[in-house]
Write a new protein. Sequence first.
Lengths: 303, 389
Amino acid sequence: MAIFVNADTKVIVQGLTGGQGKYHGLRNQAYGTQVVGGVTPGKGGTTVDIPEGGSIPVFNTVAEAVAATGATASFIAVPPKAASAAILEAAAAGIAFIVCITEGIPAQDEAKVFNTLVRNYPHTRLLGPNCPGIISPGKCNIGITAGEIAHVPSAAGPNVGIVSRSGTLTYQALYELRQRGIGVSTCVGIGGDPVPGTNFIDCLREFQADPETHAIMMIGEIGGSAEEEAAAFIKEHVTKPMSAYIAGVTAPEGKKMGHAGAIVSGGKGTAQGKMDALRSAGVRIGLNPTEASDLMAEIVAAL
Amino acid sequence: MDLFEYQGKQYFARYDIPVSPGGVAYTVDEAVTVAASAGYPVVIKAQVQVGGRGKAGGIKLAENADEVRLHATNIIGMDIKGHVVKRVWVEHASDIAEEYYASFTLDRAAKKHLLMLSAQGGVEIEVVAESNPEAIVLHHIDPVDGLTLDQARAVATEAKINPIAIEGAADMLVKLYGCFTRGDCDLAEINPLILRPDGGVHALDAKVSLDNNAAFRHPEWDEYRATEELDDREQLARSHDLQYIGLDGTVGIIANGAGLAMSTLDVVNQVGGSAANFLDIGGGANADMMAAALEVINFDQNVKSIFINIFGGITRGEEVAKGIVEALGRVDLRAPIVIRLDGTNAELGREILANAGIPESTLISMPTMLEAARAAVAIANASTTENGN
């Protein structure tokens, strides 16, 4: 088990013939992910060669790719101008799980796409945009995570599920757990944009239900109220032990720290407020990624 | 990107939102000319992106050209909380019967647009929210559906806007929503939105924040960008497309990803140091960007050590390493680098650095984020003590 994606997940890459799509799509394939096709309008019928041998077929539309390959997941690596249309095309073609790594999509477009999915395609889950993707170590890797930094879960357990709002801190968390020999069931990077398709709560619910996940590590950051909402959910519904880290303890107020999400305004969305909320929900808080991982090692040792 | 009031009003005008007749002036003579065409009496308003300008003497009423000269002379060049007034907005002074508040933002928790409307405008909305929350009507809008005139009318009625102003206010709300959505704003706010004795309504102030991600479809934003007030370091970073925020510590920070960059600030702080900046070189940064980032950091005279914290995903280790080598050949760095490099092709990157013949006094490689932070802080603190700072 794992959440959202596993060894059976068949993936197409929208933008497979582009620079990012090709580089990461082939890396995902090399990791063992079933990358069964690519989509680039106008390049249908061509193929992308796999360095180790073989090739991946390219289609003009997602619908054609789905019909030919039976894919249920899509990895979108196209520029911001084209990303909204690519997401909606995938949903319309029946893709159940969409990972969009594109950074820089206008907030107005994102809000419209999210609400269109909710209304017209309730069975489609969008991860991202502006996220690193998802990895179920040893089974499936969709996105830009370097697969080798993730420790494969053990059948006997205990294994940890990771959910993170920040891209690079997702890798940091995976890496810290690997150094401690802790297996990861699934690691989900939800991204730091204002309207993420999948939020903390969506992942926490799945991890709570996943028999292969025994503990959960959460990485948040300043701005917005997603961590506070997650804390309320944890209090009610999560019984598995958790550790967390919130980035931006020392960030000055009113300054935009790169992400649309990472801004503290009027004392709201501070790291302190988020840490307090999580602590009161029983989550153990580390003041940096290493400390949060040390706490997770303690949790796992006690299981 | 936050707009000045005058830019916000000009932006509103593009979406047919009525504002007072007026114009921007950079000199006293220009202010007099604008005042004449706006019609006396006029209000002269300092253009700064900081609150409290009225109290500081940055907003004055003028009945004639002599008074315009007097006030414009005082206001232009005035320092308001560290912001020097470079320009004033001069507009016809409106007769005010009532003052309202209206804004559109994205409610991230609800994932819908949020209209806030209150009959108690002209004061800080946070104060109203605190003291009299029921005076603010909150209305969520599904971005797919948008806002209709009927809905706007209903919200205006619910907010207890004066019945004679309902029609005008509803029309304004629909136009302001158009500005917010088609104009790609993060925030579009009018405070106060006024009712005049003649029954008309218009925007007496404008607070607009634009979504930088949408800049590609708004060539008209270029002129706003030109007036953004950045310090020299921020200006240099902007020209290289780097996410940079100047702070006042001694450890220069370069990291990939906003989260890791913030985390790097946190760790530097926890081990007893202080960050000179926030710098996110972003995903997929190449050698050229890394070299540019080092140049930006090097511009800052307070920097005593440089902590490069990279965990490669899209960013590849060998590109980072090539950038550092290139930068060292191009610029004379004022402080030593401590680097922690992990993730995609990190080993290749570390190899490039090890074989580049860089002396240890210039670059030290550390295996973990914490150890690298400690090393960078130790260098910075030692150097600060040496110089007697």
